[in-house]
Design a protein around this ligand. Structure first.
Ligand SMILES: C[S@@+](CC[C@H](N)C(=O)[O-])C[C@H]1O[C@@H](n2cnc3c(N)ncnc32)[C@H](O)[C@@H]1O
Length: 285
């Protein structure tokens, strides 16, 4: 049966399901959702990262990438494709989700210091999560790395070239009431609560925590991409980003839904010698 807005309405009768109907119609009509399916990408979110990369060239072969809030995994799919051969992608998410091919994943709440410690430990072993590289590609990748590592060369802690954060607090979904999947929980969760102030405040906590994490693990010259929900505090975040990175861009990708308050900061080229004390106001995490 073809899915039309009328047939959907027959299934979801009653005002309570109005948002379900809207969600289904939007999903079936959305060209990015269709294209993601054709390309075997885990979600339409991939196109936001592809657009950001097209504009800012954030990936390099051989890089180590951390993908915070990776589930269901389309950003990680893009990242592993871009950094291979020789690179590695480590994803973290609060909900369980199967790791995309070639990607290492951890489950836990990023706001929990113990979870961040586990992630740092994983990253500090430079071979962990890295696929073997054919000998011919290795010389080229080692040369690229030596060129960019500079002062951090000896430091095992600062071993990441790119931190991505597409995190936003997950909420139980009313939009898709028939999905009760345990193995794919992201299918029954929504990305926002729908309450603007709450979504903004939640995203600021996650972005600030991710920025502090960048101070710990990101090499000089490394980049940081983070999603945020626009609101009164994002100027403060931007100011702090400008203290840590040489260039900071704000972007609303084409594939980001027009009615969403989400946007992205793309912070490029981490500066040397920036510490937590440089950031104001003192971050809460
Ligand atoms: C919009 S989705 C990410 C989509 C992903 N970039 C992709 O391309 O498939 C946001 C993710 O952030 C995760 N998340 C939110 N808060 C988190 C936290 N505190 N720690 C870890 N993951 C979190 C959610 O579980 C959710 O899977």
């Amino acid at each position: 049966m073809a899915v039309t807005s009328r047939s959907i309405f027959a299934v979801f009768s009653g005002a309570r399901h109005y948002s379900s109907q809207r969600w289904l119609v939007r999903q079936t009509k959305d060209p990015f959702t269709k294209q993601a399916k054709q390309l075997k990408l885990k979600s339409r979110a991939a196109f936001k990262l592809l657009e950001i990369d097209e504009d800012h060239k954030i990936f390099k072969k051989g890089d180590t990438v951390v993908d915070l809030g990776y589930a269901p995994g389309s950003w990680s799919q893009v990242a592993i494709d871009r950094v291979s051969p020789g690179g590695r992608v480590v994803g973290l998410d609060i909900i369980p989700a199967p790791p995309p091919k070639g990607v290492s994943t951890l489950q836990g709440n990023f706001l929990d210091p113990k979870v961040q410690q586990n992630l740092r430990e994983f990253l500090s072993d430079p071979d962990r999560g890295r696929l073997r590289v054919p000998q011919a590609d290795k010389a080229y990748i080692d040369f690229e790395r030596e060129e960019t590592e500079g002062e951090d060369h000896a430091s095992k802690k600062k071993c990441v070239q790119l931190v991505l954060s597409d995190m936003c607090e997950p909420w139980e979904s009313f939009a898709n009431p028939f999905i009760r999947s345990l193995t794919e929980p992201y299918r029954r969760l929504m990305n926002t609560s729908g309450i603007r102030l709450r979504d903004h405040a939640g995203s600021m906590d996650l972005c600030n925590a991710a920025l502090l994490f960048c101070l710990d693990v990101l090499k000089t010259g490394g980049h940081f991409v983070c999603k945020f929900y626009q609101g009164s505090e994002d100027k403060e975040l931007e100011q702090n980003l400008k203290k840590v990175f040489k260039h900071v861009h704000k972007q609303k990708p084409e594939s980001s839904r027009k009615d969403s308050k989400e946007a992205y900061f793309i912070a490029m080229h981490k500066l040397p010698g920036v510490s937590r004390a440089t950031l104001e106001p003192p971050a809460s995490v």
